[in-house]
Write a protein of this length. Structure first.
Length: 341
């Protein structure tokens, strides 16, 4: 693929060249991270779990969701060491008492496990009279996400010396991406002339478009030139000699994106070295939203940029901004002006 001559990452001629190369290569995967298969294809320890996998396939479209529900029931039957269809209500109640008090599961994890068990025992096996599922109550503790200042974000990116790691981290911060959304990007998702970035098949299978800073377009173009993969923006480096030439060759021929663990592990090391407690790759997405809010962006704008379905998910950033505290203080000061003393 020739180096792009226009402002976009790729031109129409390059797209045609890419398509021709893709046809003669193995199928290229654009989804990073762990790959999930349909639970129907699992080796089921009990016939009842096979029937459960069928129901999950009918109900949910994403294999990751199917896997999560199936895993919840697997943990339950592993705990008792028997076919889960043989369990009684008191045993199920004891299990959730165990995971809540002894295992210390978080509220969200317990709710998902309860939902999985309810599908299995009530919908699949007709135990409508069981009261245990309405008895289990969990409450979220409204833990605020970790946050970095702009200076800390800058120092973090300076600390990451290898460009193949620094560029995706910078993009996550500059565009508010989830890790999977970033690593699954292709060259066709970058609309450089329009300063836009397409996020395809994000959470809940939703697409969205976000603004892409001009400097970030230049960074992406210059980074792509180092590997020239026909489709992937962040291809897997693979294993082998770590000379720049060998790494570039493997990236050009890669048919899958960089794995999640590469950036997660790097972030863990950088957090220790820079003393950034609690920071993760996802923290950069939180920083994007919070810093935009401090800069004057509206909640609804940030909701759209982040791809949040509910505004309540976005409102958490109000509690993280220094600017919102200052605005609230000024409003209160104004209220007090002119009142009798």
């Amino acid at each position: 693929m020739n180096k792009p001559k226009n402002k976009q990452l790729h031109s129409s001629s390059n797209i045609k060249a890419s398509s021709a190369r893709i046809r003669v290569k193995d199928k290229i995967r654009t989804d990073g991270g762990r790959q999930y298969i349909n639970p129907l294809d699992y080796e089921h320890p009990w016939p009842s779990m096979h029937e459960f996998a069928k129901l999950l396939t009918l109900r949910h479209d994403a294999n990751r969701t199917r896997h999560s529900y199936y895993r919840d029931m697997r943990l339950l039957h592993d705990y008792f060491g028997c076919d889960p269809v043989s369990l009684c209500e008191s045993q199920v109640r004891d299990y959730f008492l165990y995971v809540k008090t002894e295992k210390g599961w978080k509220s969200k994890t317990i709710r998902q496990s309860v939902a999985s068990a309810k599908i299995f025992f009530v919908e699949l096996h007709g135990h409508e009279d069981w009261k245990v599922f309405s008895q289990i109550k969990t409450k979220d503790h409204n833990e605020l996400p970790a946050l970095l200042t702009r200076e800390q974000v800058r120092n973090l990116l300076i600390h990451v010396r290898l460009r193949r790691y620094r560029i995706p981290l910078k993009l996550i911060y500059c565009c508010g991406l989830r890790l999977g959304e970033c690593l699954s990007l292709t060259i066709h998702d970058i609309l450089g002339d329009e300063n836009k970035l397409w996020i395809r098949n994000g959470k809940n299978h939703h697409d969205r478009m976000v603004p892409l800073p001009s400097l970030m377009v230049e960074d992406l173009r210059n980074y792509w030139v180092t590997h020239r993969n026909p489709l992937l923006l962040f291809p897997h480096t693979g294993r082998g000699h770590q000379t720049p030439q060998k790494v570039s060759e493997r990236m050009q021929q890669a048919n899958k994106p960089m794995p999640y663990s590469s950036l997660q592990r790097l972030m863990w090391v950088a957090r220790k070295e820079l003393n950034l407690p609690g920071a993760s790759v996802h923290t950069l997405r939180h920083c994007y939203a919070t810093h935009l809010l401090e800069g004057g962006a509206s909640l609804h704008t940030i909701q759209a940029l982040l791809g949040h379905k509910q505004i309540n998910s976005t409102m958490v950033y109000l509690h993280l901004t220094h600017q919102s505290e200052q605005d609230a203080l000024q409003l209160v000061e104004d209220l007090c002006q002119g009142l009798p003393r």
